[in-house]
Design a protein around this ligand. Structure first.
Ligand SMILES: NC(=O)C1=CN([C@@H]2O[C@H](COP(=O)(O)OP(=O)(O)OC[C@H]3O[C@@H](n4cnc5c(N)ncnc54)[C@H](OP(=O)(O)O)[C@@H]3O)[C@@H](O)[C@H]2O)C=CC1
Ligand SMILES: Nc1nc(=O)c2c([nH]1)NC[C@@H]1CN(c3ccc(C(=O)N[C@@H](CCC(=O)O)C(=O)O)cc3)C=[N+]21
Length: 305
């Protein structure tokens, strides 16, 4: 079998177009422009790339983008003061604090200081609790993007066996909650899982969110299964040659060995061009949702879980 490629890049463009339509309507009919504030502490090069790309797409869909770049040694008090200011700014409907934060900052404390209604990452404990109990919440962007692609491909997920590899608060756990919400039978695997190949072999849906380049080989995948590869890993690619400074060029790979997995899977997301673009599209969708809720307007359809 040769897997169908689930084109996250194209799907994300469609979601962004839907968001842009709704934003135009909000402006025209209600005179409101949604605003997203992104806070970056420090100068991690990968984070800088993501923040730039988020800002660009925020503006492209017609929203206001507010970027706050703070020094790597910013104090916790200063960061909390900025978040407090953003919480109280009516032009800001969504707040994202780019993770990971420098070690001296308490990530949980910082995240939980964001107004849950503006927490477009869905990481605040009250959003986590709402999602876990099946109540209306802000849903984390990466798992939401994965769910949208799965629903689009399968229609109903009811009764399917799903395995999520990884149990992080930002991907694995909320992904498992969403799959459970869609009536999958869900297994969460992690570094202590006894026989991972055997667990993966039983799955109709495999979501890999580990952070280990190409760790899931095709032979683990059940014939016809749907594979969602969340991993973003940069590895050396000597075959591409060297950069001007003499360093070896790199390329992005997922957590799944794409070439072998795509000979067994029924459908698979590529890296790049899969989950990554959907994450950013869902961030914009969440900002629109937050803005609609803040103004007691009906929520955009098809853009929430
Ligand atoms: N496409 C996108 O938009 C996004 C991509 N990512 C990418 O997704 C990946 C995962 O990110 P994140 O969840 O933050 O990562 P974390 O490092 O927080 O979590 C990794 C998880 O993988 C598990 N794990 C580690 N080694 C193994 C192993 N050998 N076998 C099975 N499980 C293992 C860990 O288990 P344990 O808990 O036991 O340690 C942990 O639960 C990364 O590549 C990241 O870059 C992340 C966010 C967004
Ligand atoms: N508070 C917070 N929220 C996040 O959602 C968050 C975060 N912190 N920290 C880092 C991770 C990672 N993440 C990605 C988003 C987009 C791509 C993406 O668009 N990737 C492109 C490739 C980009 C490239 O070429 O480097 C793709 O897969 O096609 C990847 C990764 C969001 N994260």
């Amino acid at each position: 079998m040769v897997a169908q490629v689930i084109d996250g890049k194209a799907f994300a463009a469609k979601v962004r177009a839907q968001v842009a339509d709704q934003v135009a309507k909000l402006k025209e009919e209600n005179g409101i422009t949604p605003g997203l504030a992104v806070v970056l502490v420090g100068e991690d090069p990968a984070s800088q790339v993501y923040v730039r790309s988020k800002g660009k797409m925020t503006v492209e869909v017609g929203m206001n983008s507010y970027e706050h770049k703070l020094d790597v040694d910013t104090s916790e008090a200063d960061l909390l003061a900025l978040i407090d200011k953003l919480n109280n700014d009516p032009a800001v409907h969504g707040i994202l604090v780019q993770l990971p934060l420098p070690k001296h900052l308490d990530e949980d404390l910082v995240i939980n200081s964001i107004d849950p209604a503006k927490d477009v990452d869905g990481f605040h404990i009250s959003n986590v609790g709402l999602l876990g109990t099946g109540q209306k919440s802000m849903v984390p962007c990466t798992p939401l993007g994965c769910l949208m692609m799965l629903r689009e491909h399968h229609g109903s997920l009811s009764g399917m066996d799903a395995v999520v590899i990884g149990r992080s608060n930002i991907v694995g756990k909320p992904m498992a909650q969403l799959l459970l919400g869609d009536s999958c039978t869900v297994t969460i695997a992690h570094s202590r899982t006894k026989d991972l190949p055997d667990v993966v072999r039983r799955a109709d849906i495999v979501v890999a969110a580990v952070g280990r380049p190409e760790m899931v080989p095709g032979e683990w995948i059940k014939e016809g299964a749907t594979v969602i590869d969340v991993g973003i890993n940069r590895i050396d690619a000597p075959e591409k040659g060297t950069n001007e400074d003499g360093s070896v060029k790199t390329r992005l790979v997922g957590d799944v060995h794409y070439a072998s997995a795509s000979t067994r899977a029924g459908a698979i997301t590529p890296v790049p061009g899969g989950v990554g673009p959907m994450t950013i599209a869902c961030l914009l969708a969440n900002t629109l949702t937050a803005c609609s809720r803040a103004n007691d307007l009906p929520e955009p359809e098809g853009l929430t879980a």
